[in-house]
Design a protein around this ligand. Structure first.
Ligand SMILES: Cc1ncc(COP(=O)(O)O)c(C=O)c1O
Length: 397
């Protein structure tokens, strides 16, 4: 990794980026391989789900292991929706979800007419959902638990799988941040009944839009395949290849299919994943060492347990309460550094304001003070130093 490499975009880019952008929050690691993969699809002239999608699914399952099945879908949100539909969640069922996450899980639970019950984070050092808080929120109406491996750091899967089994609840892993992460040498996404991955552009495996529904039991996979394609017994590619004219619809379904361009990108990105996650780890270690004197800032998972291999999806920090986050972000922007917030509290959103009037004790404070610094595989150590120096100057000012 070169320390002095600068952030550049292609000369012909149509993006209107801020003129001073020196360190973006995220940058794709695409090269000739992705370009060739896309060209291959265009030249083959089959765009909707087809052989590349099958190849991506097979390679993804082989990568995760544990006999899981993988059904590629159009987004991580589609995978989450499919998981609740497959689990036959009914109106009024209670689903426990993490109080600190992207709104996707909350939205699909709400759209199903189910009741989202928020569980708090473990601590300021471990932002993942607390198994004991989940346990205290289970009642006779609870049907499922959706956990998130936040920032790519695996949750306490021994405790969570035991809890779900004891209480006869469906366990769904929202593994959007955790592709490549492992708990006790086993991949995140292979512990729950079902798991949902996202391949949105900023994810460790990026295809622009895309997702994967992973199941531990073939019955969920069968359901997912029907749900992702109108409940139909065959896809266009099958009819094209076999010359069968018709199909049956076994149940109602949606169109959550991925296309071949995204699947071809997925195959290339999966090949690069381990290498990229290792680069992320080095960058996070550099951040931790360069920020060690900023004692007022909390860095979660600063010394991750040896039982986990994180995916290092994002690098969030927790700011002291007396720092005005908006002004700090503005200051960093002026230095050409893009930052973000993972995540605003659900009760900051108009629709959910009244539903969740009480902030969660730990997650509430994290949402109020979290700041995500740039992280992407081709980031340089020079960029890490620049971000840390700029942050230090602005905080100490
Ligand atoms: C934790 C989490 N869950 C779900 C999703 C939804 O994935 P997608 O954007 O692919 O629909 C995201 C996406 O950012 C996410 O971060």
């Amino acid at each position: 990794m070169q320390a002095n490499q600068e952030f550049k975009i292609h000369k012909t880019s149509v993006l209107k980026l801020p003129p001073m952008l020196k360190v973006p929050l995220f940058d794709l690691n695409y090269d000739q391989e992705e370009e060739n993969a896309v060209l291959g699809v265009l030249r083959d002239k089959w765009l909707s789900s087809g052989p590349r999608t099958k190849e991506f699914e097979k390679k993804f399952s082989d990568y995760l292991g544990q006999g899981t099945t993988s059904c590629a879908v159009s987004s991580g949100t589609a995978a989450l929706h499919i998981s609740l539909l497959a689990a036959k969640i009914q109106k009024g069922d209670e689903i426990i979800i993490s109080g600190l996450s992207f709104i996707a899980a909350l939205n699909v639970v709400t759209l199903m007419g189910a009741v989202p019950v928020l569980a708090d984070s473990e601590s300021f050092e471990n932002w993942n959902v607390s198994p004991s808080d989940i346990a205290g929120k289970i009642n006779s109406k609870t049907k499922a638990i959706i956990i998130v491996h936040f920032a790519g750091y695996p949750c306490e899967m021994d405790l969570l799988t035991r809890l779900a089994k004891e209480k006869n609840l469906i366990l769904i892993e929202d593994a959007a941040h955790a592709v490549g992460a492992r708990y006790k040498n086993r991949h995140c996404g292979t512990f729950g009944d079902m798991a949902c991955f996202s391949f949105f552009s900023n994810k460790n495996l990026s295809t622009g839009e895309g997702g994967m529904f992973v199941a531990s039991d073939p019955k969920w996979d069968e359901q997912a395949r029907l749900l992702r394609s109108h409940g139909m017994t065959s896809m266009s590619i099958d009819r094209f290849k076999t010359k069968n004219f018709s199909y049956d619809a076994l149940q109602p379904g949606l169109n959550y299919r991925p296309d071949e361009i995204h699947s071809a990108l997925g195959v290339v990105q999966l090949n690069k994943l381990e290498r990229n996650n290792k680069k992320r780890k080095l960058l996070v270690q550099a951040y931790i060492s360069k920020l060690s004197d900023l004692e007022e800032v909390v860095i979660p998972w600063q010394t991750p347990s040896e039982e986990i291999t994180p995916a290092y999806h994002i690098f969030p920090i927790l700011l002291p309460k007396d720092i005005d986050r908006d002004s700090l972000m503005e200051g960093l922007k002026k230095c050409g550094i893009q930052t973000s917030i993972h995540y605003p509290a659900y009760n900051q959103f108009s629709f959910y304001k009244e539903i969740f009037s009480q902030p969660l004790k730990v997650a509430g404070e994290i949402c109020a003070g979290a700041l995500t610094l740039p992280l992407f595989p081709d980031m340089t150590l020079g960029m890490v130093s620049y971000v840390c120096d700029s942050l230090r100057k602005l905080i100490r000012r």
